[in-house]
Design a binder for this molecule. Structure first.
Ligand code: APR
Length: 316
């Protein structure tokens, strides 16, 4: 079995802890490295008692970032502050942009060849930030930097299967675009198995998927945003990458990457993953007129979010 070190940056948080628990269960990981600015010794000690393969180490504060990252092949980043009711993901920009920049600088220095999976919002901007940091450091490989949009796919699958009475484990609906509000575009016409809706229901469902994060923010009433479902989604994406790294063929996940599929320079589409990260961008496939229209509507907002991330790094 391959020895693979995986790091979680922001491991003590609402997403970081349950995601680390899920990753601890993966037989594909030999070393799980947990980094945060607080509480990592406790989280690491706790997880280290679990009788699964991965060795767990905890690292606290920027002085220990190098030790956390040395030798990593996959890094998952959920560090940052979450949304409160009334906030959009973009409202998190000011705080999370500099957190992600610092952590990305650490990755560029200590594990420049690792696959980087960004969860910290706004993903539409934090992925361009990470790319700009890697460019500045001269180690940029666009095939290895991913924004994790998996929760949008997970939600689509769940809502469609629930509504249609399908087996959710066999329901799969791609979601493209970005990871915020109208930039989230579910391609329900490509759902497997095929499903159909009257136009008004289709628009309602699309809207629910786009705003599903806000459902959780409101239900948590000030205590934060989705953590458990995001942890599941983050672990699913990281494990898919690890399987592809280990040579499994045909691994496909949607992810937000550098892209020339639309005029937005980063865009999420289904991706074929391989040992070097993104092997082939599978693009949009055949989309309906309605999907084409909402993609067009998403692009200006998405391009604005991307530019905001790029400008943030360039101005520093
Ligand atoms: N380096 C490492 N960890 C950090 C840093 C930093 N510079 N700054 C904050 N953190 C840690 C916090 O200490 C905390 O443990 O990030 C963790 C964030 O956890 P929560 O506040 O519980 O937030 P969470 O709900 O996990 O969301 C984190 O993911 O989905 C996104 O929008 C969400 O951007 C938010 C992020």
């Amino acid at each position: 079995r391959a020895n693979r070190k995986v790091a979680v940056l922001g491991a003590s948080g609402g997403i970081g802890q349950p995601m680390s628990l899920l990753l601890k269960q993966s037989p594909l990981i030999s070393h799980l490295s947990l980094f945060d600015i607080v509480h990592t010794p406790g989280v690491a000690a706790d997880l280290s008692h679990i009788e699964t393969r991965a060795k767990v180490t905890g690292h606290t504060g920027n002085d220990e970032l190098g030790a956390a990252l040395d030798g990593c092949e996959v890094v998952v980043i959920p560090a940052g502050v979450p949304r409160k009711p009334g906030m959009t993901r973009d409202d998190l920009f000011n705080t999370n942009a500099s957190i992600v920049q610092t952590l990305a600088e650490g990755c560029a220095k200590h594990c420049p060849e690792a696959m980087i999976c960004i969860i910290s919002n706004p993903v539409n901007s934090t992925v361009p930030i990470t790319s700009e940091v890697f460019k500045k450091a001269g180690v940029y490989d666009p095939k290895k930097i991913f924004g994790v949009t998996t929760l949008d796919i997970v939600r689509s699958n769940t809502f469609i299967a629930e509504g249609k009475g399908l087996d959710v484990s066999k329901t799969s609906c791609p979601v493209v675009g970005g990871h915020s509000g109208i930039t989230i575009v579910p391609l329900i016409s490509q759902c497997s198995p095929k499903v159909s809706y009257p136009q008004d229901e289709l628009e309602k469902l699309t809207n629910r998927i786009q705003n599903a994060g806000t459902e959780v923010v409101n239900a948590k009433a000030g205590a934060g945003s989705a953590t458990l479902s995001m942890a599941y989604a983050g672990a699913r994406f990281a494990c898919s990458l690890l399987e592809a790294l280990n040579g499994k063929e045909g691994v496909i996940e949607c992810g937000f990457v550098k892209s020339d599929v639309t005029k937005a320079t980063y865009f999420s589409t289904p991706l074929l993953l391989g040992p070097k990260g993104l092997e082939r961008n599978l693009g949009l496939g055949e989309v309906s007129d309605y999907e084409r229209k909402i993609i067009e509507e998403a692009l200006p907002e998405l391009m604005k979010n991307i530019k905001k991330g790029e400008d943030f790094v360039k101005s520093r």
